[in-house]
Design a binder for this molecule. Structure first.
Ligand SMILES: C[S@@+](CC[C@H](N)C(=O)[O-])C[C@H]1O[C@@H](n2cnc3c(N)ncnc32)[C@H](O)[C@@H]1O
Length: 191
């Protein structure tokens, strides 16, 4: 019982931000299964409401299950930047770029809460199923906000935490204004 809770917490990222490789691989397999059985990521992708021509950042992209849809949606005038702290995620993004010829996608490895991306790059930054892993939400949200254009939007999914925990972390940070909430995610703009 104790061990299965520990494994569950590790897989959901409760114990640390950079998962052990084995946890990342098991997570990747489980996500693939969810997509095969229920087309999960395609359905969830629609809730982001991305538009052609946008530059978007998939922050904490994991096994890159959203990048193909994002790439097709923003099109040749847009750009997708897939960011993760885990080298296996970056490897996965690069494999998908090659496999599906995603010429408008770039992979970026984050270090802590720093990403080598210019200020005000993105129309939309989305952080899906990962905010619960973040140990210093304020520092994390400052970085997301830095990457966002003035009128841009940040979309945060609760992941493995309650909506009130998500909201409390965002409000306590003082960095973002919540502009909309849906059952899928919380949308924010810069202060
Ligand atoms: C549960 S996965 C979700 C992946 C993807 N967003 C999805 O929904 O399919 C969480 C991902 O967030 C990444 N992550 C955690 N902390 C991070 C940080 N500080 N910066 C960038 N990525 C982070 C992890 O490495 C992992 O790949």
């Amino acid at each position: 019982m104790k061990n299965s809770k520990k494994l569950k917490d590790t897989l959901s990222g409760k114990n640390r931000e950079e998962m052990p490789n084995i946890a990342f691989q098991i997570m990747t397999a489980l996500m693939k299964l969810m997509d095969v059985l229920g087309n999960y990521s395609s359905k969830n992708f629609k809730t982001l409401d991305l538009k052609p021509g946008q530059t978007v950042i998939d922050y904490g992209c994991g096994p890159a299950r959203y990048i193909r849809n994002a790439s097709n949606t923003v099109g040749e005038l847009g750009k997708v930047i897939a960011v993760d702290i885990h080298p296996l995620a970056i490897k996965k993004v690069k494999e998908k770029i090659t496999k599906f010829k995603l010429i408008n996608v770039e992979a970026v490895l984050a270090e802590g809460y720093n990403t080598p991306i210019a200020d005000e790059t993105a129309d939309v930054v989305y952080a899906l199923d990962m905010f619960h892993m973040i140990k210093q939400p304020k520092e994390f949200l400052i970085e997301l906000s830095r990457l966002l254009k003035k009128e841009g939007k940040i979309i945060i999914e609760d992941g493995h935490q309650t909506r009130s925990e998500t909201i409390q972390k965002i409000e306590n940070s003082g960095v973002l204004n919540i502009i909309n909430e849906t059952k899928y995610n919380v949308e924010c703009m810069k202060n």
